[in-house]
Design a protein around this ligand. Structure first.
Ligand code: SAH
Length: 222
């Protein structure tokens, strides 16, 4: 999927984001760096925040939700090990920024957002970028997306007290799940790989802090 982006005055800032934050912190996969250099993060936040869009920090997107910091987006994307052929499930569309990055690196992105206003805003921005390989659904994503399963990769961009079992069930053998798990105020970013016999291996990618995954198998019922 090629994102249609007009040349803009923020190109230099995106390059600096790579040079000052992403590359020094260990992001090395060329396709991921290319996507981070291409997707215009500023258009996913309100205009008053454009000047902060390429700082390595989360920013508010309304409804008490945040757009993740660029390093976290790059780290989680790299951890999914995408080669362009994958069908990816994303839980927590939010601003749609992570979705746009995924859309450049995967075959198709299925993204679930529980808040309809947030989902509609993301849809509009992604349509503006001609991200035609993205489907957004408004629902509680803690039960996954059964009708479209199994997925090659699943990414959850909200913090959960535990790993919802549907995510493991809906992964293909060899598939990767990247998810922040732990208490409300700090989580561990996990990569869980499903083996061909159905068992899993878990790697820890570092500490992080996400907004809550709210739903039946997250932080209570939505
Ligand atoms: N990757 C997004 C992060 C958004 S914040 C970005 O960079 O913009 C996390 C999002 O997850 C919020 O929009 C929140 O509404 C959503 N969310 C929380 N619980 C959810 C659930 N059970 N199903 C779907 N979306 C959920």
């Amino acid at each position: 999927m090629t994102i249609r982006v007009k040349r803009d005055i923020y190109e230099r800032q995106r390059q600096q984001m790579l040079d000052n934050h992403l590359i020094p912190r260990g992001i090395s996969q060329m396709q991921v760096l290319h996507a981070m250099l291409t997707v215009p993060r500023h258009i996913f936040v309100e205009e008053a925040l454009y000047s902060q869009a390429y700082n390595d920090c989360p920013l508010p997107i309304g409804e008490k939700q945040t757009i993740s910091q660029p390093y976290t987006v790059a780290l989680m994307t790299e951890a999914l090990k995408l080669d362009g052929t994958e069908r990816v499930l994303e839980i927590g569309t939010g601003s749609g920024y992570q979705t746009a990055v995924l859309s450049m690196l995967a075959y198709k992105v299925y993204s679930i957002e529980r808040l309809s206003t947030i989902a509609a805003r993301a849809r509009k921005i992604l349509d503006g970028l001609l991200c035609s390989n993205v489907i957004i659904r408004v629902a509680d994503g803690t039960t996954g997306w059964k009708d479209e399963a199994p997925f090659d990769a699943i990414i959850t961009t909200a913090g959960s007290p535990q790993v919802p079992s549907a995510y493991i069930e809906q992964l293909k053998p060899g598939g990767r799940l990247v998810i922040p798990v732990g208490p409300e105020d700090s989580q561990e970013l996990l990569r869980i790989t499903k083996k061909t016999d159905g068992s899993t291996t878990t790697e820890t990618l570092g500490g992080c802090r996400f907004v809550k995954l709210i739903g039946k198998h997250g932080w209570g019922k939505s």
